[in-house]
Design a protein around this ligand. Structure first.
Ligand code: ZN
Length: 119
């Protein structure tokens, strides 16, 4: 509650593809299913860190992502797409989605007491 970042949320995607062969962010929205729906910049950073760690087979003690974390939070705040990943895959990305354009069928997204904002 009370943690609303405008009317944007983020979709997390994992592509089993090297970074340089990954599809453009806007295509992910229509071509991939989000593996995670993220509602705050902290959630975004948290998810990126844990997903990267899992891909690397490392533990939290081994890789903290301190520098990246700040960047991720900052980008998520400004609604930018974040793409990261490992050289040989997977590609891990977070795409900002305006509520109005969200196609993720998962209805838990509807904010509590929230209505579509009028423009
Ligand atoms: Zn969504």
């Amino acid at each position: 509650m009370g943690q609303h970042t405008n009317s944007i949320h983020h979709h997390g995607y994992v592509e089993d593809t090297p970074l340089n062969q990954a599809m453009p962010a806007h295509e992910r929205l229509t071509r991939l299913d989000a593996v995670e729906i993220l509602h705050s910049p902290d959630e975004v950073a948290q998810w990126l860190a844990s997903t990267l760690r899992a891909a690397m087979g490392r533990s939290e003690d081994e890789v903290a992502f301190d520098d990246e974390w700040d960047q991720w939070v900052k980008y998520a705040h400004s609604g930018e797409t974040i793409t990261t990943g490992l050289l040989h895959g997977p590609t891990i990305s977070v795409v900002a989605v305006p509520e109005a354009e969200c196609r993720c069928a998962s209805t838990p997204l509807v904010p509590v007491g929230g209505k579509k904002r009028s423009r």
